[in-house]
Design a protein around this ligand. Structure first.
Ligand SMILES: Cc1cc2nc3c(=O)[nH]c(=O)nc-3n(C[C@H](O)[C@H](O)[C@H](O)COP(=O)(O)O)c2cc1C
Length: 331
């Protein structure tokens, strides 16, 4: 860079449903508590965060799974938390009134074991002005269908989406399960049922053993759990690609937000390139709470590089990258 020459400004803002986010970086559910925990972190880079998703809420309080609840593995992290939370009643009383203190958009996450529970939760949240959207976590056993996950059943996933749509006035985000046999079909079903945003995906079923004891012992108290972190990124990238292609083929207006294994700015670029509008960051935040800063500066550097390479102002806008690799990905 020549002395005195100005570095162009990169516009990181993206439009996700009705929300304009200052960056495409969203903090993932379960990895940032109720947001207030981050207010206590020295120099937390709020200006680099577009929004945050609260820990999933259930109708009744849940004590969660036995410890240990998290464990590190080679390329990621195992967890089996069991959706520990105090239930919607305590949430509305104690947490909801304080959400306006948070310096970014807040999305509530709900999870149920019957369709009716999702409706009850969505309806209750209408009374909460600090919430910009609801994220519907469908990685949950449907007890009315023998425990089959809502997220693997296109009909049940659509029905839950429709119920939340009817009971909630704002945008409906539906967070899909990676276990779906055909993720594009689930995305289509939720989109047809009125989802504004599809979030792909939750953690991938996994387990680990500690061989320092003999016989080896499970790493998690619940024995099995979910894998997150860099190990799952290529898996989720493919699912995002498949869902985006289907949504574009059918002309759906639902957008996709990616959640899985983001560790560096390049990962965000990959997700945007196959059509995600924004991304969620989970495990990385547990590893380095200031990571949004590093991700933002990495995105800016990438955009400056592409801008120079292509000699076109449009590449200074991060929203221009959404879907930019889809042509090259045509089979
Ligand atoms: C400790 C932990 C707790 C989580 N709790 C929730 C949760 O309550 N609701 C939810 O939808 N996802 C939950 N997740 C999944 C994350 O939101 C995210 O989708 C997943 O970890 C993949 O992203 P990552 O690889 O960036 O962590 C949790 C993940 C972790 C690691």
């Amino acid at each position: 860079m020549e002395l005195g020459s100005k570095v162009p400004k990169v516009d990181l803002s993206v439009q996700v449903g009705k929300l304009t986010l200052r960056t495409p970086i969203i903090l993932a559910s379960g990895c940032c508590g109720y947001g207030f925990e981050l207010l206590r972190v020295n120099d937390f880079p709020w200006e680099d965060v577009g929004a945050l998703v609260l820990k999933s809420i259930t109708v009744k309080p849940r004590v969660g799974k036995p410890p240990p609840r998290v464990a590190e593995v080679t390329a990621g992290m195992l967890n089996a938390i069991g959706v520990q939370n105090e239930g919607i009643g305590a949430f509305m009383e104690r947490i909801a009134p304080r959400l306006a203190e948070l310096p970014c958009a807040v999305i509530a996450s709900i999870i149920g074991t019957t369709k009716e529970e999702y409706a009850v939760l969505a309806n209750a949240l209408n009374g909460c002005s600090g919430i910009a959207a609801i994220e519907v976590n469908i990685s949950s056993p449907n007890i009315e269908r023998g425990g089959i996950e809502f997220g693997v059943d296109p009909k049940a996933a659509g029905e839950v989406t429709e119920l939340v749509r009817r009971n909630w006035n704002g945008d409906v985000w539906v967070k899909l399960s990676p276990n779906a046999h055909d993720i594009a079909l689930i995305a289509q079903s939720c989109s047809d049922a009125g989802a504004d945003i599809l979030v792909l995906t939750n953690t991938v079923p996994a387990m680990g053993l500690d061989v320092r004891s003999f016989p080896p012992k499970p790493l998690l108290g619940a024995v099995v759990g979910g894998l997150s972190g860099p190990a799952i990124k290529p898996i989720v990238l493919r699912k995002v690609y498949e869902a985006v292609r289907r949504l574009r083929q059918i002309g759906a207006k639902a957008q996709v937000v990616a959640s899985g294994g983001i560790w560096r700015a390049q990962d965000i670029v990959e997700y945007l390139s196959v059509g995600a509008t924004a991304v969620q960051v989970g495990t990385l935040l547990l590893h380095d709470v200031h990571a949004p800063r590093k991700l933002r500066t990495g995105l800016e550097e990438y955009a400056l590089w592409v801008h120079k390479l292509m000699n076109d102002e449009k590449w200074l806008r991060i929203s221009s990258y959404i879907g930019c690799a889809l042509g090259a990905c045509e089979p």
